[in-house]
Design a protein around this ligand. Structure first.
Ligand code: FAD
Length: 317
């Protein structure tokens, strides 16, 4: 079933969902499955699985030469999706990114998903390669998520890149990313919303937000979207804080503000166990307000760990 159908069927009730990240190459999948299993009691109708492009890593040869080789450190997105559908009978939402793909490779990748019975995709540009710092598309690939949305919309209409005759249409429900505190490259939120609207106008049916710790940012974002004529469901993305280090790491990586009250509470903690408790309480409060506001889904970035999300979900659902 499509994410939008789950939301419609819930009839105003807030749903629970999660995003997971594939394990590092070489690690066992069992750990990931075991970590999310306890969350199944909250009946997530769908689970997102992130996609990770190749990164250049340095390989030292016996002669001392150092070569930079492209390596995908977290492969397995599609396999994990298949496993989730079979094991938990949930809808899997693989993330599909522009980075590292030509348009033709994207078309083939989408066919793999289609043949597996996957009808949901979260369409993203993708993170810049760490070594480059700025996003660079592969030659013959897409520069922006909107271009990828347009390609999937064409496939949904039975139009392929090089076929003259009409193909059997795919049936993908597309989600896209939104940034309550604006995307870091955008000069301002208004400009960012212009491109967000473009993604929706081209066929995206819902938005999942970047994590935020101040609900007011989400409320303002939803209002700005509605004013801009973006009328699709906007799913808040949530991450419970669990270490003191995250106070500086998360704002740096995800370009967000930490509310002063949360910073003070975390700084007063003696151990990370105390921080985890503060993070849980903060997230529960966030969830209650978001539920009241009418958020369609509470979507948790679990990073393949579930204890704190379990405690939060128990308090909410
Ligand atoms: P876009 O919508 O393409 O926007 C990127 C920037 O370009 C924005 O500043 C926008 O304002 C601007 N822009 C858009 N269109 C145009 C245009 N036509 N002309 C000029 N400027 C334009 N990354 C991964 O690699 N893998 C994942 O699995 C993944 N999952 C994510 C899940 C969520 C919910 C979120 C919020 C992010 C995720 N990311 C993931 C990170 C994401 O790829 C990065 O944030 C990336 O930098 C932007 O992606 P986007 O799809 O928002 O890009």
């Amino acid at each position: 079933m499509k994410v939008t159908e789950h939301i419609r069927e819930a009839n105003g009730k807030t749903l629970f969902s999660l995003e997971i990240i594939p394990p590092l190459k070489g690690q066992h999948i069992g750990e990931l499955i075991g970590a999310i299993e306890p969350l199944m009691e909250f009946k997530p109708p769908f689970i997102d699985v992130t996609y990770h492009r190749e990164e250049l890593i340095e390989k030292r040869h016996p002669n001392g030469l150092i070569e930079k080789v492209p390596v995908r450190r977290r492969p397995g997105t599609v396999g994990i999706c298949a496993r989730l559908m079979e094991r938990f009978k949930v809808d899997a939402v693989p993330h599909v990114i522009c980075g590292g793909f030509t348009k033709d490779e994207t078309e083939d990748f989408l066919y793999d998903l289609h043949y597996l019975g996957i009808d949901n995709v979260l369409i993203l540009r993708g993170d810049p390669e760490k070594s480059a710092g700025v996003f660079r598309s592969k030659e013959g690939g897409h520069r922006y998520a909107s271009e990828l949305v347009a390609q999937v919309a064409d496939m949904n209409r039975g139009r392929l890149l090089h076929e003259e005759t009409e193909a059997s249409p795919t049936n993908f429900c597309m989600g896209v990313a939104g940034y309550p505190e604006k995307h870091f490259e955008a000069p301002n939120l208004g400009n960012d919303l212009k491109y967000l609207k473009e993604k929706v106008d081209l066929g995206a049916e819902y938005i999942v937000t970047q994590m935020f710790f101040d609900n007011q940012k989400y409320f303002d974002f939803v209002n700005r979207c509605r004013e801009a004529g973006i009328n699709v469901p906007i799913i808040p993305g949530l991450k419970p804080l669990s270490t003191k280090k995250q106070l500086s790491v998360l704002p740096r990586i995800f370009h967000l503000d930490m509310p002063e009250e949360l910073v003070k509470a975390v700084e007063a903690c003696a151990t990370d166990k105390d921080v985890k408790q503060v993070g849980i309480e903060w997230a529960i409060q966030q969830c209650k307000e978001l539920q009241q506001f009418g958020a369609p889904v509470l979507h948790f970035y679990t990073m393949a760990r579930s204890e704190n999300v379990q405690t939060i979900a128990r308090a909410i659902f």
